[in-house]
Design a protein around this ligand. Sequence first.
Ligand code: SF4
Ligand code: SF4
Ligand code: SF4
Length: 391
Amino acid sequence: MGSFSLILLPTLRCNADCDYCFERKSEHCLEIDQLGIITGKVMDHMESIQRDSLCIYWQGGEVLTLPPDWYRRAYDLIGDMAEARGKRVFHYLQSNLLGYDAKWNGIISEMFGNSAGSSMDFPNLHRRLKAGGTVEYNLIWTRKLREARDAGIKVGIIAIPNSKTLELGAERFYSYFADELGLSDFQVNTPFPGGAGGEVKPGFPLDEAGLGRFLSELAEIWTRRGLEAGVRLGPFHSLSEYFLNGTKELNCIWRDNCANEFVCVGPRGHVAQCDCWVTSYPDHRFGNILDEGSLTEMLRKSGARRDLKSRPGILIEREDCLECEYLSLCHGGCPVRAFTVYGDLMRKDPYCGAYRRLFQTMENLVDSGHLEFPARGAGGGTQTAAAVAPK
Ligand code: SF4
Ligand code: SF4
Ligand code: SF4
């Protein structure tokens, strides 16, 4: 019957203050009884679209600003509701790890299969503590990463390149994550200038040609150094699977249409496509799940969702995607990236040129036999919220 995905933001509180954060943060937290209402409506919706399993991607704000006991109650509640309705639920955690310590080990093991996603950049120019800078952030984060891994937690990392990353080059970037931090599961996401009130984000979007060059070089380095070593590096890993055997387990930006696959719910019940829309663009929300009777009905009626669903068709008329050999892979890319750069979600992704160059590189690597064995199983990586969300 298939699965439905929910990006759930139980709080918009955060213990960090990153320059490029696209979320309008607040102290709002979801109450457990509200979680019960949301879960019930999501499961009703799953029944109406005939899905039997639910993937919940827990994100914030910062999720670990709620106590472990809150998650234990949430886990039990959702588990009981799923059992009563014959559904399966899988939980994924995305955290900045700043609040991690040993008291989290029990619930991370039980609820999240001893896996977590986190984020770090190289070099870190933008992630900073509330009362500190980037250097302090790196020190604390690196310590927490080590502690979590010592406790047996598999941690996957999302990295967002900045202009300095492009300047230092792919080799330095790869060495930092694979050699210095010893990670076997990390991925690159592309930055965008999202956020409330038209705030200027530092240096985003990145130079398209520079990003394309960086991604292509990184793909080649991963093929040369990472594959055999069992390093799972996204999005190259999933792109290699696509070009090798047509498997489409791609990041949300390259799904057929993200609006068909999941929704995001914030701590006050607001529903939208993903966290940036929920927190920073109220006009693009689908509605409020706590106020409305049925999620299915809300999604059916929502003009904002209709816009998202119609986007690939409109792009084909307005942009040059129809002539693109990678249309069936990319579908015009990500709506929020287009919207935050151009103020118009009916434009193709502003990183089009970078993606095309990357797709070409991956295809060449496959055609030339450098990626001749399936990357499946390499690293046995952690599935994180990064698979669907932009942070
Ligand atoms: S990017 Fe994430 S960790 Fe940084 S301030 Fe925003 S919500 Fe917090
Ligand atoms: S990041 Fe882009 S592609 Fe992914 S869910 Fe949000 S709008 Fe859709
Ligand atoms: S790579 Fe560019 S032209 Fe091709 S489908 Fe994606 S956005 Fe459209």
